[in-house]
Design a protein around this ligand. Structure first.
Ligand code: UDP
Ligand code: MG
Length: 315
């Protein structure tokens, strides 16, 4: 088994060298073939210079330097594209995750496709970080059906085929276990240590919460309906259109047979609105269906994932 460690760093000049040394300390004794892949996410401090210096002396070290700050998710995606290991471990570059936990993850990855760290004793401020995180983990676990205590923990291990199939957008790296569940991966969780950030600044604040909620909606939609959007929009559209139709029918009878004036009745507005919304939703579902076909058929992307093939052709 070969190993790649992928670490996105943005303005971590004070952390990278120490992290590199701790990584060495944790990886060398394993006796495995490994590479350490730092992704410099457009740092504007000396991070890249420090990394270059380390790289010059160690050819197990790879440094990808992105042209500008693309964000942690993009940095992970870049790392995944270049990683060559059978197992890919990700972690933060700020020394909050501990390289000493990597062997624990590797032990579990033998029987799983994805192992996620759980910062049980998390060393971050309570109100701005830990509380939102507790709520987010509860919400994500229940919405996606992949129950984890700590989605936000960057320290994770993946089997190669899990990440090679993955397409990441937005701020979606924290949702990888949920996204990957579409592929039917086995997910395990392991307690890991967490240190307070001593050097450098955190790149995120409370505003991340809104982004997480929006990404969650996207993930949930894609997880459940990405190959059948009409099944999502259709039922709501039909319900809305049908109720609207009943309302308008009632108003029409009232007008035609009983001569009631209906022009000023709020119900008329509601009925018309429900019918229009219903038609719109079904229309959106149909457009979605066309997009699904364009996406999958133009690129020959299957709507299934094969684990293995047994039979005469499998060799
Ligand atoms: N990071 C990055 N690009 C960004 C923001 C952050 O590569 O645009 C890296 C950062 O250098 C660190 C990791 O992502 O290695 C996690 O960031 P941070 O420690 O600020 O997040 P927190 O631990 O506060 O959630
Ligand atoms: Mg951090």
């Amino acid at each position: 088994m070969t190993l790649s460690v992928v670490i996105p760093v943005y303005n971590e000049e004070e952390n990278v060298r120490l992290l590199y040394e701790r990584l060495k300390g944790a990886l060398d004794p394993l006796g495995k073939e490994y590479e350490i892949l730092f992704v410099d996410d457009g740092s504007i401090d000396k991070t890249l210079a420090v990394l270059e210096e380390i790289q010059a002396k160690d050819n197990r070290m790879i440094v990808l330097s992105l042209r500008r700050n693309f964000g942690q998710t993009a940095a992970f995606a870049a790392g995944f594209d270049f990683a060559r290991g059978d197992v890919v471990v990700t972690m933060d570059g700020d020394l909050q995750n501990d390289p000493a936990d990597i062997p624990k993850l590797l032990e579990l990855i033998k029987d799983n496709d994805l192992v996620s760290g759980w910062r049980k004793k998390r060393k971050d401020p309570f109100f701005t970080r830990r509380l939102p995180s507790i709520m987010a983990n509860w919400l994500i676990s229940n919405v996606t059906g992949v129950k984890l205590h700590d989605y936000g923990c960057s320290l994770k291990a993946y089997r190669r085929d899990v990440i090679k199939n993955l397409k990441l957008y937005g701020e979606m790296h924290r949702f990888i276990p949920a996204v990957a569940s579409w592929y039917g991966v086995r997910v395990a969780e392991v307690e890991t240590v967490h240190h307070p950030r001593i050097r450098g600044k955190s790149k995120y604040g409370i505003s991340r919460t809104v982004k997480v909620v929006l990404d969650l909606i996207t993930v949930k939609f894609l997880q459940s309906f990405s190959t059948k959007p009409i099944q999502f929009f259709g039922p709501v559209g039909i319900m809305s259109g049908f109720i609207g139709f009943l309302i308008l029918l009632y108003l029409s009878i009232d007008k035609l047979f009983f001569g009631t004036s209906i022009g000023a009745r709020p119900l008329l507005l509601l009925g018309a609105l429900l019918v229009i919304v219903g038609i719109q939703l079904i229309g959106m579902g149909l457009i979605g269906e066309m997009l699904v076909r364009v996406y999958h058929e133009s690129q020959r992307k299957p709507i299934y994932v094969i684990k293995k093939i047994l039979g005469p052709e499998s060799k």
